[in-house]
Design a protein around this ligand. Structure first.
Ligand code: GLC
Length: 738
């Protein structure tokens, strides 16, 4: 009798245990097989108000990297915080912080670690303004993939990049961070960058990170090129110039958007409900989240639209800014605002939902920790160096090459290498250097030594500093020039002269640099090659006549010096074309290729210049070979709106060097309901062409995608009428019928 009873008791106990266990089954939000939408909703309903507010807050970690402060920060930070801007690149430290969030908080919500990986993490690529000149979006995507991998392995899961502000005022230092003046070019690089960072689909595979489309929006219109200022933006300009790249980025799947500092015609971006909610979230269906810029919510008081931090928080949240970067205004005010019904729980939940969704998509709930591999396997891998070198080379633009003085011929046995850039590695890196280390960046001098290794002797003189009155080194520069067959001047800007809060009222080279060029020319009569490292278009009118060649090398990053040396020696055939116009003088700003036609094209000319044309237009760039364009062929000269038009052109490399040529296809619509720019870039293609080879470039014109333009509500207008296709120096008319 006893045995069956014991047996039966055991069975009941076991059943009880398992049902007990079932009764405490893993919460749905922790079930990695459950759909993300359900996990988000399950988690959201479990969260307290405080936990929700913390998810909407972002602070920094490691800004002050003194070890004592790191330890204090690690122990004092609130592990419920939604995000940290991680100024370290140590995955172990990052994991220790993450462990606090996972194990010391009630719900174990992971922290989202972000950072400004703008043009590379440890492997530094050229500044984006240079990358745009490559017109090689496939290569740019590879660079972003490498940046994502290095960032991920550093513990960073989110980059505040790509910066896709259209910029037409080179006085504005942040022109260096974007892809130039053209909406279409910027859109193509936005897509390449987002796909590179995030991968093809969702991000739940390691080595990819969330991208940020920034700065939303029209920040590049800052008055006078001064940073952080008012921007007067018409709705028409918003829709035809400033929104397209963001729409392209959202359609490419970007997970986050950063609102910008600027006041947009009276409503600062941070509280611009029309742009943040009506357009971005409602019209475009953006499901990610919007993060403010640094302290931007608090800055609403300076901008005259909020009297205190309560008003700042209320306006920003209700307009659609989901996460508060840095100033803690959401954490300090939302509870009170909720109590006073000045914000809604619905809006707060929507913001939290968006942030949690991105964290789930990044896999942070299921894989919260960064795999720790040796630094030697994380960074600057051979493949990364190859891509960085190729992109640096393709981003450089040959602006002048009188009598084909470049590439340097074998007859040259000695070169004077002069200028503050010759032995300077740091200023090859540009602004926003990620986690890059200047020790990894070789100087131009080193690269030239390696390139010419003894075949050409180099006579070095600094000549001058970047910007000073000191000309005491001019003599040694002149001496070096006198004893050399040729002179190469390496001039330009320091890193800090472009990037954030780096506006300049005059975009000419500093006077001491211009004087050095003139002194060399006057005192030696030697041919002068000018190589520029700079973060913005420069006004070169004062010195252009004094030099025989100009290579715009921008700030080319870790492998940039060898790319410069390769182009000078002829090992590399330059293929870059400008993604931004170079004005003749600062006074010409703004001047850009897709301007409207003047009412009197032959009048309104600057009296002192005698022209309104810039020094170099968008799309300009020379090469060491020559290309012949055959006649452009159209599949028809008249099409209906629902038909396609196919344009082709054969391009022959008629020179002796292999090359890569970018064909830029423009559309002109000279008679429209709303005036159109004189021409607009609508397609580009870069192909390799071997010496003597002919290749065919093709442009498929789908009228709705290519010929329609937006009105001031963003509604597409597609009008029948005459259009022109412009490529090279050819201009072909075609008709669009209803
Ligand atoms: C800065 C910049 C923004 C950057 C952010 C975080 O002020 O405007 O581009 O991503 O703060 O560093």
């Amino acid at each position: 009798m006893k045995k069956p009873l014991i047996f039966l008791t055991g069975i009941i106990l076991l059943a009880g245990l398992s049902s007990l266990k079932r009764g405490y089954k893993t919460p749905l939000y922790k079930d990695e097989h459950a759909p993300i939408k359900q996990r988000v909703e399950d988690l959201l309903k479990r969260m307290t108000l405080d936990e929700k507010m913390m998810q909407l807050s972002q602070y920094t970690f490691g800004l002050n990297d003194n070890p004592n402060n790191i330890e204090r920060e690690k122990s004092t930070l609130d592990p419920r915080v939604g995000s940290l801007i991680y100024f370290g690149n140590d995955p172990v430290l990052r994991n220790e912080i993450q462990k606090r969030a996972i194990e010391e908080t009630r719900l174990g919500i992971p922290i989202l670690f972000g950072f400004d990986i703008i043009h590379g993490c440890k492997t530094l690529f050229p500044i984006p303004l240079a990358t745009g000149c490559s017109f090689d979006t496939a290569l740019a995507r590879k660079a972003s993939e490498i940046a994502a991998r290095e960032s991920y392995l550093s513990g960073i899961n989110w980059t505040f990049s790509p910066m896709i502000n259209i910029a037409r005022d080179p006085r504005w230092g942040r022109i260096s961070e974007g892809y130039g003046e053209d909406p279409y070019t910027t859109s193509m690089f936005a897509i390449a960058s987002v796909k590179g960072y995030q991968g093809n689909k969702n991000i739940i595979d390691s080595l990819h990170i969330a991208a940020t489309l920034k700065h939303y929006i029209a920040y590049g219109l800052s008055e006078g090129g001064r940073d952080y200022t008012y921007t007067d933006v018409s709705r028409q300009a918003l829709w035809e110039t400033y929104l397209p790249a963001f729409k392209a980025g959202v359609d490419a799947g970007a997970k986050t958007v950063m609102s910008s500092f600027n006041d947009i015609s009276g409503t600062p971006a941070t509280i611009n409900k029309y742009l943040l909610t009506d357009v971005l979230k409602n019209d475009w269906g953006f499901k990610g989240f919007v993060v403010s810029d640094w302290d931007a919510i608090a800055q609403l008081m300076a901008q005259g639209v909020a009297k205190d931090s309560m008003a700042c928080a209320q306006k920003a949240l209700m307009a659609g800014t989901d996460m508060d970067m840095l100033d803690g205004i959401y954490e300090r005010n939302l509870k009170e605002l909720l109590k006073e019904h000045r914000v809604t729980m619905q809006r707060m939940d929507d913001a939290v939902r968006r942030i949690l969704t991105v964290k789930f998509q990044l896999g942070l709930f299921d894989h919260p920790y960064t795999p720790v591999i040796p630094a030697s396997q994380r960074y600057l891998q051979p493949y990364a160096r190859t891509i960085a070198s190729k992109l640096a080379a393709e981003s450089m633009v040959l602006l002048k090459n009188k009598k084909n003085i470049l590439p340097i011929p074998s007859s040259i046995k000695s070169i004077a290498v002069i200028g503050p850039m010759v032995k300077d590695s740091f200023d090859l890196m540009g602004a926003w250097r990620g986690r890059a280390d200047v020790k990894e960046v070789s100087s131009i001098y080193t690269a030239l030594q390696e390139e010419f290794n003894g075949k050409i002797s180099l006579h070095y003189a600094k000549g001058c500093d970047f910007d000073s009155k000191d000309k005491s080194d001019f003599d040694s520069a002149i001496q070096a020039a006198k004893i050399s067959d040729e002179v190469i001047l390496f001039l330009g800007e320091k890193n800090g002269w472009s990037g954030e809060n780096a506006s300049r009222s005059n975009i000419s080279l500093p006077k001491v640099q211009e004087d050095l060029i003139k002194a060399i020319k006057e005192k030696t009569g030697k041919p002068v090659i000018l190589v520029l490292n700079n973060g913005r278009p420069l006004a070169l009118a004062n010195i252009e006549p004094d030099v025989n060649a100009i290579l715009e090398a921008w700030q080319p990053g870790t492998l940039g010096a060898s790319a410069i040396a390769g182009i000078l020696s002829g090992r590399i055939n330059p293929s870059g074309k400008l993604d931004v116009t170079f004005p003749l003088t600062t006074g010409q700003i703004p001047v850009f290729y897709d301007m409207r036609q003047s009412a009197r094209p032959q009048s309104g000319i600057y009296q002192d210049l005698g022209t309104n044309d810039p020094m170099y237009w968008f799309g300009y760039g020379l090469t060491y070979t020559t290309y012949h364009f055959g006649k452009v062929k159209l599949s028809a000269t008249s099409i209906k709106k629902k038909q396609q038009l196919i344009a082709t052109v054969h391009v022959t490399n008629t020179g002796t060097r292999d090359g890569e040529e970018t064909v830029l296809w423009y559309i002109s619509h000279p008679e429209a309901t709303i005036s159109r720019p004189q021409k607009e870039l609508k397609h580009f293609q870069k192909l390799g062409i071997k010496a003597g080879q002919t290749v065919t470039y093709k442009f498929v014109i789908n009228p709705k995608a290519v010929l329609a333009y937006p009105n001031d509500k963003g509604e597409p207008i597609l009008e029948a009428g005459d259009y022109y296709l412009m490529v090279g120096n050819q201009k072909l008319r075609f008709e669009l019928r209803n």
